[in-house]
Ligand binder design. Structure first.
Ligand SMILES: Nc1ncnc2c1ncn2[C@@H]1O[C@H](COP(=O)(O)OP(=O)(O)OP(=O)(O)O)[C@@H](O)[C@H]1O
Ligand SMILES: [Mg+2]
Length: 326
């Protein structure tokens, strides 16, 4: 299943993503962790030191390799140059699986050892001024979106993306790629204003959005969040001394995480598992086509000089059985 952590800057997206990833590692689940946030901090939050984090290969810099691999022998995609971040898979495309080895993971993923097992970590690479502008084709998260659209994930396999709630993910359709979106919110007006904006975008696309309150201290904080987001509030996490120790570079064993916070992580997993059970592969495919046609029209056709609508394979549905035959 595919899970995103979004929210306002500084709300705790990276912290909660990293705790959730550690939690999944302890149950032995296969995990691909993706850092697609503007501030690239997931590696350090998973225990990498500065040198190790700096050596992580940037997906954004390996787009040609990713496109070439995913294109496979899809006759509707003339060349990797005409592939944009929303180009959907079709017959002949290569798909990704969570557990396999493939050239994309070889180039872009690195194993990170955690208590309980290793996860694969992929990072978009640092964002520059240009990435934050309006030019969609500069987008660093394009590599992530392409991979998500070609990734056939099973029930007990987890793809966890640390992401901003920014406008780029709305323009591209990235926000529709997840079975579960955890919106991390501090109990403040700014924290919940991002929720409202996200909810607005999410409504039309049937996004499963749940709020995870963070740095919640006491009843007043809880009451505030409940009043602002209602039933969308899934669970809250309090201040964590474990997180503080980790931030100091001295992470205790993960089983020493405070019990209420461990319980919160279990709640996140149950909610994500339940959301995956409702995965509608046809809708998932339809939405990627929708955003592809939108991007093709607004800039893709002009940029590539091709009619990108012709890349859509009308009979293709991304689903588990396709991966088996591809
Ligand atoms: N539950 C918590 N207990 C203690 N410290 C926390 C908790 N949640 C977050 N923090 C701290 O708050 C700071 C911001 O958290 P974090 O980096 O996870 O936020 P973010 O949303 O990823 O921020 P950015 O937008 O900069 O990427 C960090 O120093 C982190 O250690
Ligand atoms: Mg972050």
């Amino acid at each position: 299943m595919k899970i995103a952590f979004v929210g306002k800057g500084g709300s705790g997206k990276t912290t909660l993503s990293s705790l959730f990833i550690r939690h999944l590692a302890t149950i032995g689940a296969p995990v691909i962790a993706v850092d697609a946030d503007i501030n690239q901090h997931l590696g350090p939050a998973l225990g990498l030191d500065d040198d190790q984090a700096a050596e992580l290969p940037a997906m954004g810099a390996r787009l040609p390799l990713i496109k070439n691999y995913l294109r496979g022998s899809n006759p509707r995609i003339a060349s990797a140059d005409t592939m944009i971040k929303t180009t959907p898979p079709g017959e002949g495309s290569r798909l990704l699986r969570v557990r396999e080895n493939n050239p994309v993971y070889d180039a872009c993923a690195r194993p990170v050892e955690l208590d309980g097992g290793a996860v694969r970590l992929m990072v978009t690479g640092p964002f520059t001024e240009a990435d934050l502008g309006v030019s969609c084709y500069h987008s660093k998260t394009g590599a992530v979106e392409l991979c998500l659209n070609h990734l056939v994930d099973g029930r007990d396999e987890y793809v966890v993306v640390d992401m901003t709630a920014g406008s780029d993910s709305f323009a591209s359709g990235m926000f529709t790629r997840f079975d579960m979106t955890f919106l991390v919110a501090e109990p403040t007006r700014k924290g919940v204003s991002v929720y409202r904006q996200y909810k607005e975008y999410a409504r039309d696309f049937g996004i499963t959005l749940k709020v995870v309150g963070n740095k919640v201290q006491g009843q007043d904080d809880l009451d505030f969040l409940r009043a602002q987001v209602g039933d969308d509030l899934l669970v809250t996490v309090g201040h964590s001394d474990w997180v503080r120790a980790m931030e100091k570079g001295r992470p205790p064993r993960f089983d020493l995480l405070e019990e209420p916070n461990t319980a919160a992580l279990r709640t996140l997993r149950s909610a994500a598992d339940a959301a995956y059970a409702g995965r509608d592969w046809e809708r998932y495919t339809r939405q990627m086509v929708h955003f592809h046609l939108k991007n093709a029209q607004s800039w893709g056709n002009a940029k590539t000089g091709a009619d990108l609508a012709a890349q859509v394979d009308p009979s293709f549905v991304l689903q588990e059985s396709v991966a088996a035959t591809a």
